[in-house]
Design a protein around this ligand. Structure first.
Ligand code: KIV
Length: 271
């Protein structure tokens, strides 16, 4: 029997059941009320209020500038729209990497002020103290390994991670450490498919991939990318389900023409 079809509200336990049952988990980012309502109505299992909002909503080059207050604003808009999906909120850069007590109070702010259901944090062993402290407060934590965009200035590029043996071995160790600490799931971003498959087999919590092949327990994409809103972002891992850039452009151009030519509004569109 399908777990997905039988839950009114997705929880972290639902995701674990889905993994145990061999059912794939669907996850997509969302940042605002209107989009989140459509995504939730479609039956998405998880909506991630990603710090990619920094790029796609605010136009920054990286995810680093987005603030805790801005993440809470996006997350609370999404939570108001959602009836079924699990809402996971990214902890922004600088809100958890230093002091674990500050990390806990920032995670508590996210949970209290946005109503989100869990937080996501980038990194492995180096952030375990913050993860453990947040978990002790009963806040579910999703890990994120591989390409971790908050460390872009350390990596220098957005190329595939963990292609070399050493980095692959460290990633497996980190995934096991996150599982042991009590994370309920892990995102693996842009790593070789074979490595991601191995991690999904060696840890018992759900592994959600982005650019990590299909041997994992679920997939996540950035909603603006899969809808083709940003027509300049075309990585190999991205499947575009629409070309909304072109469609929206056409709609805006037709509206301009209709206004300029006095075609809009017509008699039926006025009082
Ligand atoms: O912020 C984000 O959108 C993410 C996904 C790419 C996993 O972390």
């Amino acid at each position: 029997m399908s777990v997905h079809n039988n839950v009114k509200r997705v929880t972290t336990h639902t995701l674990q059941e889905m993994k145990n049952n061999g059912e794939k988990i669907s996850m997509l980012t969302g940042y605002d009320f209107s989009m989140a309502r459509i995504i939730d109505t479609a039956g998405m299992d998880v909506i991630l209020v990603g710090d990619s909002a920094s790029n796609v909503m605010a136009g920054h080059e990286t995810t680093l500038p987005i603030t805790l207050d801005q993440m809470i604003y996006h997350a609370s808009s999404v939570v108001r729209a959602v009836q079924r999906a699990l809402v996971v909120v990214d902890m922004p850069f600088g809100s958890y990497q230093g002091n674990s007590k500050e990390a806990l109070s920032n995670a508590i702010r996210i949970m209290k002020e946005s109503g989100g259901h869990a937080v996501k944090m980038e990194g492995g062993k180096e952030i375990l103290e913050s993860i453990s402290r947040i978990l002790t407060a009963g806040i579910p934590v999703m890990g994120h390994l591989g390409l971790t965009p908050q460390s872009i200035y350390k990596f220098g590029t957005y190329v595939v991670r963990a292609k070399e043996k050493d980095e692959a071995a460290r990633l497996i160790e980190d995934a096991k450490a996150l599982e042991e600490a009590g994370c309920f799931a892990i995102v693996l971003e842009k790593i070789p498919a074979d490595l991601a498959t191995r991690v999904a087999q060696e840890v018992s919590i759900p592994i959600i991939g982005i650019g990590a092949g299909n041997g994992v327990d679920g997939q996540v994409l950035v909603v603006h990318d899969m809808l083709g809103i940003n027509n300049e972002f075309n990585p190999r891992f991205l499947r575009k389900y629409h070309n909304l850039f072109e469609e929206m452009l056409g709609a805006f151009q037709r509206y301009i023409e209709d206004v300029k030519s006095n075609d809009f509004p017509n008699k039926d569109e006025q009082y």
